[in-house]
Design a protein around this ligand. Structure first.
Ligand SMILES: [Fe+2]
Ligand SMILES: [Fe+2]
Length: 286
């Protein structure tokens, strides 16, 4: 199946009344997704630079077109999440130094030392992670009770991660299809992604002074175990990626993502608005 990718802009403003812990009674999931919000812009600009570098090596015009729409979606994700940084600043969180160091010591360094095929393999793996996080958060309705603005931000992003989940893997197959490259990208990415996300989530909870509270550890264990089963499900999704015949299409969730995006577009005013279609964009570029 060939996916249809629609670049959209997240149109909701973030007012100052959004609570620090915007998923009620769940400071842990709020902090994990605040950490995700902090890591998204540098992460996604790494994907964009990597896929732009691959464009000239892709023979299929259809895949090149999907790649360009992927780039537009990821650019909008970075813009929207970075807008929320002002709220995090106003809430007193200190994260900008950490974020800048991650960009410099992880993404810029990888870009200097790793060959393009390996960088693409990292992007393909982290895009699988983004897609299964989206799948789990949407299918389990984990954010149903969240502040509506943050629910919209995260669910829009997760739905678009599902919508474009095939692109980076298809580009990897076109440009650098060897299985050992996929495995090496997996080995580097899975550990790095969860190390960064977990350490930043813990730092945010420590800044709130609630890291060592018993309720915090109960929330972690529920998120990983009894409530959301994220530990077991994460292992299953990661194992799937290592199957030699893996393809992101096997995750059957296009209708779920489309329903989320349709609901957001039908809100008044809409939470998301489509960017101009490709011919209109091409005309406006002259
Ligand atoms: Fe994204
Ligand atoms: Fe993505």
């Amino acid at each position: 199946m060939i996916e249809t990718i629609t670049p959209r802009r997240f149109a909701r403003p973030f007012a100052g009344d959004i609570p620090k812990h915007w998923l009620p009674d769940n400071e842990v999931v709020s902090s994990i997704l605040n950490a995700y919000t902090i890591l998204v812009p540098a992460n996604e600009s790494f994907y964009i630079r990597t896929l732009k570098a691959c464009l000239s090596r892709i023979d299929s015009s259809e895949l090149r077109a999907r790649c360009q729409d992927f780039i537009l979606q990821e650019a909008q994700h970075g813009v929207a999440h970075k807008r929320y940084w002002r709220n995090l600043d106003a809430q007193g969180y200190r994260f900008r130094g950490f974020e800048a160091q991650v960009d410099r010591l992880v993404f810029r360094l990888i870009e200097r030392v790793a060959p393009l095929g390996l960088r693409l393999s990292l992007v393909s793996c982290v895009e699988h992670i983004n897609a299964y996080l989206g799948h789990e958060f949407l299918s389990q309705h984990i954010l149903a009770d969240a502040d509506p603005r943050m629910r919209d931000l995260m669910e829009w992003h997760f739905a678009e991660e599902i919508e474009h989940r095939r692109v980076a893997f298809d580009v990897l197959q076109a440009v650098s299809p060897r299985y050992p490259t996929r495995v090496l990208g997996f080995a580097l990415t899975a550990g790095l992604f969860y190390a960064l996300l977990t350490s930043l989530s813990i730092a945010l909870l420590a800044q709130d002074g609630i890291l060592w509270r018993k309720a915090t550890w109960v929330q972690w264990s529920r998120h990983l175990g009894a409530s959301h089963h994220m530990f077991r499900r994460t292992l299953r999704h990661l194992r799937d990626y290592l199957r030699p015949r893996f393809h992101p299409s096997t995750m059957q969730n296009d209708a779920m993502a489309a329903a989320v995006l349709a609901r957001q577009f039908s809100q008044r005013p809409p939470a998301v608005t489509p960017l101009p279609s490709r011919p209109a964009r091409d005309r406006s570029r002259g």
